[in-house]
Design a protein around this ligand. Sequence first.
Ligand code: GLN
Length: 503
Amino acid sequence: MNLTIEQIQDFKGKYPRQIWSLFFSEMWERFCFYGMRGMLVFFMISELKFGDEQANLQYGATQAFVYAFTFVGGLFADKILGFRKSLFWGGLMMIIGSLILAFEPHQFFFLGIAFTVVGTGFFKPNISTMVGKLYKSDDSRRDAGFSLFYAGINLGALLGGYLCIAIGKGEMLSSVIPENKRWNVAFGLAAIVMVISLINFVFTQRRMGPIGLAPQKILADGTKIALEKWKEYGVYLLSLAFVPLIMVMVAVPQYTDYFMWTVGPLTLIYLFYEMSKVNSSERKKLWAALVFIVFSILFWGIYEQSGGSLSIFAAKNLNKDLLGLDPNGVNNSGGAFFIIFLAPLFGLLWIWLSKRKLEPNTIIKFGLGFIFLGLGFYVLYATRFFADLQGVTSLNIFTIALLVITFGELCLSPIGLSIMTKLSTEKLQGMMMGLWFLASAYGQYVAGIIGAGMATAKEGSSNVDALIAYTEGYKQLGIYALIAGLLLIVISPLIKKLMQEVR
Ligand code: GLN
């Protein structure tokens, strides 16, 4: 079944067949990732006896490193491994990481986490790039494909995010799992699903034709030969060498600051170096990609309040007027829940609009993403008008805000993945996808700073004061998002020029 790239890309219907295999591999990977992520803070506090602040800082550090390593993973995929091997290697490291945690979660906690961090860096950007490869450059069905893929991401996130912590805490299966083995089973589950992800990928490979194979060296006479083997092994060794480094970096939160302040400028310098080697048309497209990347930092900075200040807000200021559900549960998983249903619909909407020549281009979609985000934060602000005298307000209204924010996410996040694959040159696909996720690392970082700023505002105060302080903060963030959205729409002619024929 050796398909050519044309046979793959000339597909009939709405989605290429291969997308389903990538969908499932990524779904299980996200199950593992969000499963682990969901357990981190709780495990550090309840089992490792860390203080709240330390646990939160170390959680933030792992999040920053995880997304920062996507740049490394993408870069090595472009230069040496190709997407398939990178993905496989990343998956393997994630399995090792979760197995370490499954067997010795207390003793080797940071070792396990460090393996997972590097592994995710190799897996996450490269599977996304492979989705883009299923499409011809001018295929208008690409955004729909990424929206579907995004539904898979969130299905995994929802299942993993719910099941792992529930097992760890003993809320699920506690009658069959001995109490002292709960965390082992929970981390073990992450390992098992990651094995499923990789097995699924191995079977997928056969239908991927030449997509994701390792880059080759072109000799002076034009013949292509495989790269030297030592380079491949060198990457494996180097990534293993990163493991102890990350363990040290995660342990001292201050290092994360240094890291964030150095890595951003360095990657930009490297990007500019790569940009100097391409032709002017390609360079313009990379500039456009950079604009999207920079805007995405602001988007995630606001959006990621969900993990920080919004979880405190949910715990303190929300009632249970939505079917009696727990407000923190809704805050953690409501977004993913909406996306699973809405993402495929958004995809079909893009295809429907494109057939009628009405599909907004990427810049406008990004602009809409910010506008929905801003409106969503306005609804968060508005929760204060539904509060009782104790400062407790409606979970229903909060959920409406989540829904509006999710509309924004769907206009920006899958579309961002898609536009990276459109604007990158052939040889920089992995790196640019890595850069897209690196921006998420900065987004998380910014989110933490914003959240901390809002938290100081309410120190030692009552629920009512907290409500006022937080909702005031959300109003501000809403305004920033709206301004960013309008700014994008205003500068859209300029970005369009940079993007040339790409829409
Ligand atoms: N939630 C999405 C995912 O896990 C997007 C993450 C991001 O880009 N920050 O893939």
